[in-house]
Design a protein around this ligand. Structure first.
Ligand code: FAD
Length: 276
C-alpha cells in the first residue's frame, strides 16, 4: 500500500497491567508509521477519564491520535468541555458516534443521533477537527431499512463529517455496494474499511450478533470446526482477513482501519503480508 491512510484502534484498558500491555502494543504498531491511533469511548461517558488518559499518553509519545466521542446519554455542556480539552491538547481528529445506551441508563440525554453530535462539534469548534463518522456496509441493526440507514449516513456527511470508518465485515461486496450507493447520492467522502482480525471465534460471534456484522456461513462453519483450537482459528483468520484486505486495496479503498483489540500481533502480521 503506497500512501493510503491507515490507522489502529484501541480501547482504554481497565487495569495497570492493561495500560502497560497497550504501551507495548503501541510501540510495536508505531513502527509501521500509521497515520493515527484511535481510542474508543464507552457509551454514556463511562470511559471518559480513561479515554483521555490514553489519548494524552499517545500524544506525549509524539504520535497522532483521534479520540472517539459518543454522545448518547451525554449533555451539551459535557461534550463542549471535552471538545475544549481536546482542542487544548492539540488534537485535530475526532471519531464522532452516537454510541449505545448502557443497560440501566434510561434516557438518551441531549443527543439522539450522531448527526446531531457532528453538527454540535462544527457549531462549537468550526473547522478545527477532522470528523470521522461510522458507516455500515451491512447496515446498522437498528436501522428501519437499508435506505434509511444510507440517508442517515448522508445526514452525518451533510452535518460536516470529513470521512468515515466502516463497521467490520468479511464480505467485500457489501463494502463496494455501500460505496456505490453513497456515490450515487453524491457523497464523496472517504469510506475507510474497518478491519477486524479474528482472535477467538466465540468472542467474534458474540460481537457480530450485537453489531449486525455478518460472518459468512463458510467462515462460521470452518471456525466452529476448530473448536477451542485458537491457534487454528487465528491462522485461518489471518489468511481470510489478509486476502480480504488485498481485494479491498486492489479495489481502490482509501485506507484501512484496524480494530486491534489492543493486540499488535494479528495487525502486524496482516500488514507484513500486505507489504505495509
Ligand atoms: P447513528 O449514525 O446515530 O445511527 C444509529 C442508528 O439510528 C442507525 O440505525 C440509524 O439508521 C438510525 N438513525 C439515525 N438517525 C435517525 C433518525 N433521525 N431517525 C431514525 N433513525 C435514525 N461505540 C461506542 O460506544 N464507543 C466507541 O468508541 C465506538 N467506536 C466505533 C467506531 C466505529 C468505526 C464504528 C463503526 C462503531 C463504533 N461504535 C462505538 C459503535 C457505535 O456507537 C454503534 O454502532 C451505535 O449503535 C451507532 O452509532 P452511530 O454513530 O453509527 O449512530
Amino acid at each position: 500500500m503506497s500512501r493510503s491512510l491507515f490507522s489502529f484502534e484501541f480501547f482504554p484498558p481497565q487495569t495497570a497491567e492493561g495500560v502497560e500491555k497497550l504501551a507495548l502494543t503501541r510501540k510495536r504498531l508505531a513502527a509501521l508509521q500509521p497515520d493515527y491511533f484511535s481510542v474508543t469511548f464507552g457509551a454514556g461517558g463511562s470511559t471518559r477519564e480513561r479515554t483521555l488518559e490514553v489519548v494524552q499518553q499517545i500524544k506525549a509519545e509524539g504520535l497522532q491520535v483521534a479520540p472517539h466521542l459518543s454522545c448518547v446519554g451525554s449533555t451539551r455542556t459535557n461534550i463542549a468541555s471535552l471538545l475544549k480539552t481536546y482542542q487544548e491538547l492539540g488534537i485535530k481528529r475526532i471519531v464522532a458516534l452516537r454510541g449505545d445506551l448502557p443497560s440501566g441508563m434510561a434516557t438518551t440525554g441531549e443527543f439522539q443521533y450522531a448527526n446531531e453530535l457532528v453538527s454540535f462539534i462544527r457549531e462549537q469548534t468550526g473547522e478545527h477537527f477532522h470528523i470521522e463518522v461510522a458507516a455500515y456496509p451491512e447496515f446498522h441493526p437498528q436501522a428501519r431499512s437499508a435506505r434509511d440507514d444510507l440517508l442517515n449516513f448522508q445526514r452525518k456527511v451533510n452535518a460536516g463529517a470529513n470521512s468515515s470508518i466502516t463497521q467490520y465485515f468479511y464480505n467485500t461486496d457489501s463494502y463496494f455496494n455501500f460505496v456505490d450507493s453513497c456515490r450515487k447520492l453524491g457523497l464523496t467522502i472517504p469510506i475507510v474499511p474497518g478491519i477486524m482480525p479474528i482472535l477467538k471465534y466465540s468472542q467474534l460471534a458474540r460481537f457480530s450478533d450485537m453489531c449486525g456484522a455478518d460472518i459468512p456461513r463458510w467462515m462460521r462453519k470452518t471456525l466452529e470446526g476448530y473448536g477451542d483450537d485458537n491457534e487454528a482459528v487465528q491462522a485461518f483468520g489471518l489468511d481470510v482477513v489478509t486476502r480480504m484486505c488485498e481485494k479491498l486495496l486492489a479495489g481502490g479503498v482509501p485506507g484501512l482501519h484496524f480494530y486491534t483489540l489492543n493486540q499488535s500481533g494479528p495487525a502486524l502480521e496482516i500488514c507484513k503480508r500486505l507489504g505495509i
